[in-house]
Ligand binder design. Structure first.
Ligand code: GDP
Length: 308
């Protein structure tokens, strides 16, 4: 399936760097554990997670002869435990909308943020597609008014998807677009309003102010909104983007991550580092450029696919 093939490159790293370390009857000594640690780190899962896995292996099997199945059982179990977090991702894997916090009454507002080029526009289109397939009426708001190309691209997607979009001239205050998007959504009886936001790199202070204003304006128009605030990250940058992502996440009060471009990277382990460093769940992963190339993130399916 798509997730498995998206993880091909990450699996290749694991296969060459790590898997061969554990042949049947191998003695799990410190040198082997050190090599294993380095292999895990190559997938960008972060040293904390890698160390905790190695520590557990050492405690269970250190200095003893091991069977590969036992080792992989421990590794998979530990990764699943980390990724499950505090149980905030116990959603129904058969329902692609289940990670979303949908409003009980009236339209749900989903704010989407992320740095330019990470795959934000494409992820919004994929999300809108999921929602429409589930019979929801969607309105998009093109809040990235700093980039004409972003507005044009989102407009193109709205035409392909057949959903309404609210746009304003370049340079308009993004909060004004967000407000009008909410207005349109309420008037037209939409189920979900998805608001794009500016993805330019800017100072933390400006970002906080801009996103703070958008939050206030949306909340005024639709009490309780935004119900969901998703941060889109690019898996190909691995852990490099994480400190910046954490700032974004704090500014926007993010409730979940969409990890785009998982298919193009050997750094798929970054999912683990995100979970540990940011403390919010990955809700969706992008596995290609097409409209239906996005999957709900399930810790168990992810770990099983990684070691399949
Ligand atoms: P934005 O600037 O953040 O809005 O990024 P875009 O949505 O325009 O995406 C940037 C590029 O990444 C485009 O060429 C997309 O087709 C591509 N892209 C987005 N998501 C994915 C994904 O999950 N996998 C792959 N392979 N490419 C993606």
């Amino acid at each position: 399936d798509k997730l498995k093939s998206a993880l091909t490159k990450t699996k290749d790293v694991l296969r060459t760097d790590v898997r061969d370390l554990f042949k049947a009857g191998v003695i799990l000594d410190d040198a082997k554990l050190e090599e294993f640690f380095r292999g895990l780190v190559t997938t960008d899962m972060g040293v904390v997670a890698a160390q905790s896995i190695v520590d557990e292996l050492k405690a269970k099997f250190g200095g003893r002869t091991v069977e590969p199945d036992d080792v992989w059982g421990v590794v998979k179990g530990k990764l699943k435990e980390i990724l499950r977090g505090e149980g905030d991702c116990n959603w129904d894997v058969t329902d692609p909308l289940s990670p979303l916090n949908l409003a009980e009454e009236g339209p749900t507002v989903i704010l989407v943020c992320g740095v330019n080029g990470v795959g934000k526009t494409t992820s919004i289109a994929k999300l809108a597609n999921y929602l429409q397939k589930a019979g929801k009426k969607v309105v998009l708001a093109a809040g990235d008014t700093f980039r004409a190309a972003a507005v044009a691209q989102l407009t193109m997607w709205s035409e392909r998807l057949g959903c309404e979009i609210v746009t304003k001239p370049a340079g308009t205050d993004p909060a004004a677009v967000a407000f009008e998007g909410c207005d349109r959504g309420v008037e037209s009886g939409a189920d979900v309003i998805i608001i794009d936001t500016a993805g330019r790199l800017q100072t933390h202070q400006n970002l906080m102010q801009e996103l703070g204003k958008i939050h206030r304006v949306i909340g005024k128009r639709i009490p309780g909104a935004p119900h969901e605030s998703l941060l889109v990250l690019d898996a190909t940058t691995g852990q490099n983007g994480l400190s910046q992502a954490t700032k974004f996440s704090e500014a926007a009060n993010c409730t979940g991550i969409v990890l785009a471009k998982l298919d193009g990277t050997a750094k798929g382990g970054v999912v683990v580092a995100i979970r540990e460093k940011m403390g919010i769940p990955v809700k969706y992963v992008g596995v290609g450029e097409q409209i239906d190339d996005m999957e709900l993130f399930s810790p168990d399916d992810f770990v099983d696919a990684l070691f399949s």
